[in-house]
Design a protein around this ligand. Structure first.
Ligand SMILES: C[S@@+](CC[C@H](N)C(=O)[O-])C[C@H]1O[C@@H](n2cnc3c(N)ncnc32)[C@H](O)[C@@H]1O
Length: 281
């Protein structure tokens, strides 16, 4: 449970499910990054939101893993920007959006956008964001089918982003959700992060230490194995080996830290860009 303050400083209670509360982890990481002198990404809205919510900073606040999360987000931002450069009026679907502000970071004035998350997260999100003609929130699980119809009503091509979300689902549910998107949106791009079993084990220990209820559930040793779901891996990046387009823009601090991080963490934090509709078995 967390509290939220209005302009008079009055605290509102925010009740979220255990997995939903994890949205504060990347939010706090982006807010902290945004306050740096030379940030990898600028996210003033994240800073504004986190400052107005009395969240459990001991569980979800910025820590040593924050840079990894910011890099992951920056990688996906890079891919979404490239997609929009080619398809300025395409549709982006942010699955498990939490309080993400990717739209604010990449909006080109013509993109169509959906922010999808579970109902309690969307309730919280609606206190900070409003629907517009080009951008709408959907309160649903990624496992529901009905939201796909709303997406189909928007112009393609499509880009589905699931950042920090599928790892909380059991493997068969994550696979089902991905296979469904691949089937219904051939040609769409899909970006997601995956983690091997040994990282799940360390997340479980860390969560227990911090008193966090949410546990990662889905491990994936090799993102290319997801090609069996009808997805073709176009680019397998890692937070310690970002795509070239991002690498050349990294602030000095990241350029300094990445080679060492890569030696220690190689293969642990994959972020992969897929195209739907290929390699279906
Ligand atoms: C770690 S947060 C990531 C939030 C966001 N993607 C970001 O990077 O800032 C995980 C998010 O997944 C959402 N989530 C968990 N299970 C979900 C489901 N079945 N369907 C849709 N969203 C879900 C949670 O509500 C939460 O917002």
């Amino acid at each position: 449970m967390s509290g939220m303050s209005d302009e008079r400083g009055f605290r509102h209670r925010v009740e979220l499910g255990a997995v939903q509360e994890t949205l504060f982890i990347p939010l706090a990481a982006r807010a902290r990054e945004s306050g740096r002198k030379r940030p990898l990404l600028r996210d003033p809205k994240a800073a504004e939101m986190i400052a107005s919510i009395d969240y459990a900073a001991d569980k979800y606040g910025p820590g040593p893993g924050s840079a990894i999360m910011v890099l992951r987000t920056a990688i996906v931002d890079t891919w979404v920007r490239a997609f929009l450069a080619d398809h300025p009026a395409g549709t982006v679907v942010e699955i498990g959006t939490g309080l993400n502000t990717r739209f604010e970071r990449v909006d080109n004035g013509t993109v169509h956008w959906f922010d999808l998350d579970l109902p309690d997260t969307i309730d919280l999100r609606r206190t900070f964001f409003t629907d517009t003609e080009r951008r709408r929130m959907i309160a649903a699980s990624v496992l529901d089918e009905t939201w796909l119809r709303s997406v189909e009503e928007c112009p393609g091509p499509y880009f589905f982003v699931a950042e920090g979300v599928l790892v909380y689902l059991p493997e068969e549910e994550a696979a089902e959700a991905l296979a469904r998107v691949a089937r219904r949106f051939p040609g769409a791009l899909v970006a997601l992060d995956t983690y091997p079993r040994r990282l799940l084990e360390s997340q479980h220990k860390q969560a227990a230490r911090k008193g966090m209820e949410a546990r990662w559930a889905w491990s994936c040793e090799d993102p290319r194995s997801l090609e069996r779901l009808g997805l073709e891996a176009l680019e397998v990046a890692s937070v310690t080996r970002p795509p070239h387009a991002l690498r050349v823009q990294l602030p000095f601090r990241y350029r300094l830290f990445l080679p060492l991080a890569d030696r220690l963490l190689r293969g642990l934090f994959a972020v992969t860009l897929f195209r739907a509709g290929s390699h279906e078995r």
